[in-house]
Write a protein that binds this ligand. Sequence first.
Ligand code: NAI
Ligand code: DG6
Length: 530
Amino acid sequence: RAPTSSHTGRTFKVDSPNVVYTDNVIKSKYTYRTTSVAQDSNGGLVATPKETVYDFKVQRRVGRVGMMLVGWGGNNGTTVTAGILANRRNLVWDTREGSRAANYYGSVVMASTIKLGTNSTTGKDVNVPFHNLLPMVHPNDLVVGGWDLSGMDLAAAMDRAAVLEPTLKNQIRKEMAQMKPLPSVYYPDFIAANQEDRADNVIPGSKASMAHVEQIRKDIRDFKAEHSLDKVVVQWTASTERYASIIPGVNDTAENLLNSIDAGHEEIAPSTIFAVASILENAPFINGSPQNTFVPGATELATQHSAFIGGDDFKSGQTKMKSALVDFLISAGIKLTSIASYNHLGNNDGKNLSSHDQFRSKEISKSNVVDDMVAANTVLYQEGEKPDHTVVIKYMPAVGDNKRALDEYYAEIFMGGHQTISLFNVCEDSLLAAPLIIDLVIVAEMMTRIQWKAHSASADTGSDGKKDEGYRGFHSVLSILSYMLKAPLTPPGTPVINALAKQRAAMTNIFRACVGLEPEADMGLEHKLF
Ligand code: NAI
Ligand code: DG6
């Protein structure tokens, strides 16, 4: 299917000597301003403004993009696929509350705006859709495919998921029924025993093998060829696995990991097999579940191949709220002392998580999400001090995909007082996760078209001529995806940012830099100095 969609809303061009548009690329010269802090001989801090000048280059042609989902027949997989079909066809359906139309609500890229600047005449803010910041793939144009342990076609799987209205499902049933997940890799030890009855679509072999890696690689290549795609992004939205043990000599280096796969080592998870296959195919791979798919050997392999990886665990409901609320409380000078987070849900994810080892993976990813905000406030917290934080998840079939998340935030305020915030959050799990799956693909694909280099005065910024050399991609570990993820993966040795507003700012400001625009400072001096 030829791409047909165009982004709506206001487009713009930057008028600056630092920005050049050609038919193929956008080039910008960008001055990155930071503050370097050192300690003087008396132990005092000295802050020095620092400037680094970069050249960015963005390929304008998006090309044809495929999205391959592992766990395609699950609640998230079927919901995101149905959502794309419905949007593509501008579908409208009846509900008991009136008619509803397809949209991309919940996608930060598709449904939010950024402030471009202030109107030169009125002084009012001018906002543009996020997706107009740079040439990005439109989700309607994504070609969707993938794998699942369950061989059910996507129409039947969508019914099993029990997420969407029958009046919508009826309009896309025919198309969904033609979609069938590819057989997948099943190592029963990694997911809950209660998932066994789904596993009727498996590639033979119940532990790691190079043949499995090769089969997944072939699947990616075949999908690309069959649909004439320029690139494919692979995403794990399959069941949560248990953690893999990190064993020296087994999965600690790229070489050891490949050897261990070859030797059929039992500590290699299916998700790591998919990660390795994607890396070797140079297809960006994103882990939407909490387990440690990216064992050190997998991260090293990605770096060696300059292949993009991102993870872990979609940040959809309770945790997204937490990473905004905790940032607000601590930045407001309120000392958060405990967070009690309780969930109950009745979908298949909840069933899988009712098994201890799989729950443990989720408990870890849901628990570490406030560390950076706490550590940043040395007025409220002594070194090593943290709020109490507990996470409970219970399987309650009756509520299906409509997860209930109850949170109590308990904080110390002025003069020994207390503030207690209780939240009851009904998180329609897959409807919150589906737009994140889309954002992760759009942003990951975007990153395949951005290159940078340290600025050199002799650089040719005006054409694709000979001097146009020395550009390279961002680091393999795409921490720019952090906004969509609970436990963001970052390049080794670099800080993890969980605060939601900072995560969004990182994404929008990097994209702004690519068109030579300053970060949005929110100072509003133009309205304050008269
Ligand atoms: P689901 O249980 O409905 O779907 C998972 C699918 O993965 C199933 O169809 C299952 O057959 C398949 N599967 C399991 N192992 C597989 C393998 N090795 N290869 C291929 N397919 C395999 O779960 P749901 O709700 O779609 O969630 C998917 C994942 O996303 C879970 O790990 C969940 O924890 C995670 N997640 C979900 C969020 C949400 O809001 N829905 C948010 C954050 C993470
Ligand atoms: C229990 O919380 C089940 C999980 O799979 C979550 O639904 C999912 O991880 C979303 O979590 P959160 O904290 O982003 O709402």
